[in-house]
Design a protein around this ligand. Structure first.
Ligand code: NAP
Length: 227
């Protein structure tokens, strides 16, 4: 039976899934949806649509209009709104939903993790005088503006649209390094003493965790709360 599949994407895993479905089922229509946060996303197999749907109702309307037969939520684990919308829209439109949730990273011997459950806790866990790699999206930076006693290296895929409010920072524009060696080079070149990031699981952003382990650097790790 032919299928029309909508993948809610924005992750490496979603891209791999699109490639696999297109390869294995050339007769299917495979559409990946992106929020549009990244200016130049990596090329994807199949069709791509970009931008929000307009909430759960908008997504339900899209599912009906495009006659979607399978909805797959392969979004980032910290992207909560779209996953809620996917659940509601799938129910309303009567489309089966599959959730591809990736497990969080597990602590390995040698990891020095300080686990926190909010950005504010992460901010308060940084010691004075630290040099921090802040590996968070631009929308999560504001709470750190209070830490004038800390130097931040802020890594972003695209330059921010407005200057960051952090008193002492430098920008590193680009994607995370692919290997631990790449990340060791970045951390060493900037004399980084701590990393602040989220436990988002998956392989795409893991190299910095391996690099921190190799260098013995503490990682202030935001974990997913249960809410
Ligand atoms: P979010 O808070 O769950 O979503 C906010 C709004 O963005 C949604 O209500 C929806 O708008 C739109 N949206 C989100 N994902 C979409 C998608 N795949 N296709 C179309 N519209 C989408 O999500 P977020 O944390 O801003 O993340 C946005 C996207 O970036 C996600 O697709 C996620 O997979 C990817 N991403 C997120 C992170 C992260 O740290 N959160 C990291 C890497 C990649 P409407 O209500 O108008 O439909």
């Amino acid at each position: 039976m032919t299928e029309t599949v909508l993948i809610l994407g924005g992750t490496k895993e979603a891209a791999a899934l699109a490639a696999e479905l297109v390869r294995d089922h050339p007769e299917w229509r495979v559409i990946t949806s992106l929020a549009g946060r990244t200016k130049e996303p990596h090329p994807l197999a199949g069709e791509v649509r970009i931008g929000g749907f307009g909430g759960a109702d908008g997504l339900a309307a899209y599912l009906r209009a495009e006659r979607i037969t399978r909805l797959i939520d392969a979004t980032h684990p910290f992207a909560r709104c779209i996953s809620t919308n996917a659940r509601l829209a799938a129910q309303h439109a009567g489309v089966p939903l599959e959730v591809r949730a990736r497990p969080p990273w597990a602590r390995q011997p040698g990891d020095i993790w300080i686990e926190v459950s909010s950005l504010e806790e992460a901010r308060d866990a940084i010691p004075a005088g630290a040099r921090v790699l802040l590996a968070l999206g631009s929308q999560h930076i504001a709470p750190f503006a209070e830490r004038a006693d800390v130097h931040f290296l802020v890594r972003m895929i695209d330059p921010p649209e407005t200057p960051l409010a952090l008193p002492d920072h430098e920008l590193l524009i680009g994607r995370p390094g692919r290997t631990a060696q790449d990340e060791v080079a970045v951390l060493s070149a900037h004399a980084i003493t701590h990393i602040v990031c989220r436990n988002s699981g998956g392989s795409g952003a893991y190299a910095k965790i391996e690099a921190a382990r190799q260098l013995g650097l503490p990682v202030i790790m935001r974990v997913m709360d249960a809410s």
